[in-house]
Design a protein around this ligand. Sequence first.
Ligand code: CO
Length: 172
Amino acid sequence: MIREVITYPNKLLRTKSKDVVKFDSELHTLLDDMYDTMIVENGVGLAAIQVGIPLNVLIINLPSEEEDIQEKENLIEAINPVITHKDGSQLFLEGCLSVPGFNEEIKRAQHIIVEYFNRNGEKQTMEAEDFLAVAWQHEMEHLAGHLFIENLSVIKRKKFEKEWKKRLKQKS
Ligand code: CO
């Protein structure tokens, strides 16, 4: 089922998410719904708080480099993730389904190691670099109640706020 993606400046996006304690059918429905929602919105990642659920749950599904197809077999479902190692740095052009139509380069670690649980409560470890490391760090930020635009320089942030206000006015 497709759920509604909440967008900036909805205050819910500032919620610090809590750990999942039950790996039950409710969690599986949430994960399935998040996948359907991410695909229909043309996203490559989604955190549960973006559909209004304050749980430490995220999904990532990057397109394959060769064919640019989002294969479901590459879908990552992560529950209660923790980044245990970060190094290097990279600049990457990011976007977010909660800040639709806005893209900006953000500096992040180039390489990370993350520990998490899959939908069955089994512990996983993943090493990620480049785009995948960006996606992890971006989604983890949502779980902490933050958005990628908070990493912008003061000048770029001001410019963004001005443009965003204008756009919200046009919509209403
Ligand atoms: Co996002």
